[in-house]
Design a binder for this molecule. Sequence first.
Ligand SMILES: [Zn+2]
Length: 92
Amino acid sequence: MTMNPSDVRSPTPSVGASVHYVSEGSPLLPDGSQRYPSVCRAAIVTEVPQIQVPEGNLASLCVVNPTGLFFRADVAYAEETTPGTWHYPCAG
Ligand SMILES: [Zn+2]
């Protein structure tokens, strides 16, 4: 797959692409810590919605967790590891 450098900020996802999904993590505890912190998970793009929003490219994902799969529709793209978003695989 080739990526035009000008597309890096708003990549167009394609069905079947391997991406990262950033897990939500568990709710913050009273001391500000999380039992399960937000982490990158492997995910596969299952659908690219016809209607895209300017803020980010939406993709529906099959998220591959160590203990199971889950599915999310219309996940927003974010370059940063923002919980509940996807990005192209990073080192983490
Ligand atoms: Zn990542």
